[in-house]
Design a protein around this ligand. Structure first.
Ligand SMILES: [Zn+2]
Length: 56
């Protein structure tokens, strides 16, 4: 397997999403590469993160 890109996260990479505020929006993102939609509510972004970590 060629090593021409950044190493992929291992399958065991924990999903530890954090929320980032960007202007008046907040979105959740995760080390696995997932990023939630921008939300106007931080609670909504946290809900997105919780749904992501639930593995659904
Ligand atoms: Zn993730």
């Amino acid at each position: 397997m060629p090593e021409n890109e950044a190493p992929r996260p291992a399958p065991t990479t924990p999903h530890t999403p954090t929320t980032t505020e960007r202007g008046s929006f907040t979105y959740a993102h995760c080390p696995c590469g997932w990023r939630g939609p921008a939300r106007r509510s931080r609670d909504k972004a946290r809900t997105d993160a919780a749904e992501h970590t639930s593995g659904s």
